[in-house]
Design a protein around this ligand. Structure first.
Ligand code: GTP
Length: 597
């Protein structure tokens, strides 16, 4: 397709404003889907994604639309992941487009999350086409929302399209706006091949599938290409697109988005942001913006039942085939036995992997305290990196410990500002900027990553009732007063719970964990002390009282079946416990203890 007939765009929308419904409508209108297929939402296709309302892997569909000018256009709709953990993937997806539809709910108006996404899109020089959706709702106030878009976002909304994705109103107007407002891509067909690797995933039938945006040149089957950052060479054996069904195409030309396969076995060999060029006569310079993905959060994953170790190894290996941003190596813990030390992009990424392991692979797991990577300057002058609090060297051998810091930008409606400022302060944040844009605040903070990985994002969402948005980037390391805190249950250190904390925060954190553990560990026949200690000095303590009677005593001996049920429940509960010396700690305790209230 010639450049003038190509349009590449993404959709920006707050959760629930109708992005998926609209995408499906666009596909249906242009003939990609039958009515029956429409009943299934196409774009979010993973269970976990659907449940959490987030997109993990970008999906792209190519639509052919014959416009009112009589010409047929090739439209590529790029779906983007919706979480900060995947910010780099989002930036590459946006870099592959020239414009975006900004979908705003006619009854809800502009939400903070939308704002952050629009700014990102503007940063990529996108043309933004406002769409006011759900005009069928009785509470719809399209004119008010139109004014809001202009005032808050600062773009012209006089020609915003009014639509109802649900009833199918305004769909053609949206397609027309895409064609007339969003600029076509530029590129040179005769220049050496330059294609950006936008995303990659593992498909059981095709192997690794690579989503690309060709900048210059042409991609064809049979070509010998190289990945410039990855340093590997591959023979392209398929070029195609999704409509949303898979379709092979003869070539992917300049400005086009499509997929290739090349007998690649692991996604780790297809790095997001890499430049693909030909082996012979290829481009000299790679595209700007490539970044090697790096795990920022590490934790141990151990099977509850030691006999599941092999199964865990196999399952983790399979997941890794499909997710290059997740890393792992074997780890042995005194208390938990054999498991893996795994690295993730963030806490949500960790939870997704954990959930997939338990759901898809039926594994009961214990997750140890998430940790960031600390840089240690040793007294002998050497530099060491600490991924696991359990490996912390003797403190007398450490001259200084540096921790990673981030720069965070948070947007929220004014009313939640107080709560959020307090949260940032509690997490050792240093405010560097605070501005107001039409009833909304934009805060910039520098924060230690360590304080953010646990539950910062969840707390932020709950304080702001979901309205705050959060974006961050790493800005290097700073020396901090960091110490290793151990948690002792019945005088035995539980290595899975040891963590690196800031000295000033240690006592509060230690007290909190002890309180949590007190609630989470069931009573035993004896008294159990739970303590937090730093270098042998106890800084917090709780005691779990001894159990007085058998649990079934509660039933007054009457109802036998009830008694049986209770015993069964107890037995089942036991399976998910971990023995520490002579104390059983339930699986949930490990992760729950680490959440700060
Ligand atoms: P996430 O996938 O959670 O990000 O949401 P989304 O933005 O993709 O929204 P989705 O398309 O899933 O729509 C959210 C809800 O709004 C669904 O219940 C839709 O049926 C409904 N909805 C979407 N468009 C319209 C519309 O035009 N009118 C009305 N009344 N409801 C709509």
């Amino acid at each position: 397709t010639s450049l003038s007939h190509i349009r590449n765009f993404s959709i920006i929308a707050h959760i629930d404003h109708g992005k998926s419904t609209l995408a499906d409508r666009l596909i249906q209108f242009t003939g990609g889907l039958t009515d029956r297929e429409m009943t299934e939402q196409v774009l979010d296709n993973m269970d976990i994604e659907r449940e959490r309302g987030i997109t993990i892997k970008a999906q792209t569909v190519r639509l052919n639309y014959t416009a009112k000018d009589g010409e047929t256009y090739e439209l590529s709709l790029m779906d983007t992941p919706g979480h900060v953990d995947f910010a780099y993937e989002v930036s590459r997806s946006l870099a592959a487009c020239e414009g975006a539809l900004l979908v705003v709910d006619a009854a809800q108006g502009v939400e903070a999350q939308t704002l952050a996404n629009v700014y990102q899109s503007i940063e990529h020089d996108h043309e933004i086409v406002p769409v006011i959706n759900k005009i069928d709702l009785p509470a719809a106030e399209p004119e008010k929302v139109r004014a809001e878009i202009e005032e808050i976002i600062g773009i012209d909304a006089s020609e915003a399209v009014l639509s109802s994705a649900k009833s199918g109103i305004g769909i053609e107007d949206i397609l027309e706006a895409i064609v007339t407002k969003i600029p076509p891509p530029s590129g040179d067909r005769d220049a050496p091949l330059k294609a950006m690797l936008v995303d990659s995933w593992y498909d059981p039938y095709l192997g690794v599938v690579i989503l690309v945006r060709v900048i210059d040149g042409v991609l064809k089957k049979g070509m010998q290409v190289k990945f410039m950052a990855g340093g590997t060479q591959h023979l392209i054996d398929r070029t195609g697109c999704f409509r949303p069904k898979i379709e092979q195409v003869a070539e992917i030309g300049p400005g086009e988005i499509g997929f290739i396969t090349a007998q690649i076995k692991e996604v780790a060999h297809a790095k997001v942001g890499d430049t693909i060029t030909t082996v012979k006569g290829g481009a000299e310079k790679a595209l700007a913006g490539f970044k090697e993905v790096q795990s920022v959060v590490f934790c141990g994953l151990f099977p509850v039942d030691a006999a599941d170790f092999e199964k865990l190894r196999e399952s983790i290996g399979k997941l890794r085939l499909n997710d290059a941003s997740f890393s792992f190596e074997m780890e042995t813990s005194a208390a938990l036995g054999q498991g893996f030390r795994c690295g993730f992009l963030g806490l949500l990424h960790l939870e997704i992997i954990q959930e997939r392991l338990s759901r898809e692979y039926d594994l009961d797991l214990i997750t140890t305290a998430p940790s960031v990577v600390y840089k240690m300057e040793m007294t002998d002058g050497s530099i060491k990196y600490l991924h696991n609090p359990a490996d912390m060297p003797d403190p007398v051998k450490i001259r200084a410990i540096e921790e990673p810091w981030i720069k965070a930008v948070i947007y929220c409606p004014d009313e939640y500002l107080g709560g959020i400022l307090k949260l940032c302060q509690d997490r050792r944040g240093v405010q560097t900027d605070l501005t107001y844009v039409g009833g909304r605040a934009q805060m910039t903070y520098e924060l230690p990553l360590n304080e953010v990985v646990f539950d910062f994002y969840d707390r932020l969402k709950s304080i702001s009732r979901g309205y705050a948005s959060f974006d961050y980037e790493q800005i290097g390391t700073q020396v901090g007063q960091l110490v290793k805190m151990n948690i002792l249950v019945n005088a035995e250190p539980v290595d899975a719970l040891s963590m690196i904390v800031h000295r000033d925060a240690a006592e509060a954190r230690g007290r909190h964990i002890c309180e949590r553990m007190k609630d989470l560990i069931p009573r035993h026949m004896f008294k159990i002390p739970v303590q937090a200690s730093i270098g042998g000095k106890v800084i917090a303590r709780e005691t779990i009282a001894a159990m007085r009677k058998d649990v079934t005593a509660k039933c007054y001996g009457g109802d036998i079946s009830r008694k049986k049920k209770l015993l069964e429940k107890q037995k089942k509960g036991k399976k998910k416990m971990r023995e520490y010396g002579n104390v059983s700690i339930p699986q949930e305790a490990f992760i729950a203890a680490l959440r700060m209230g």
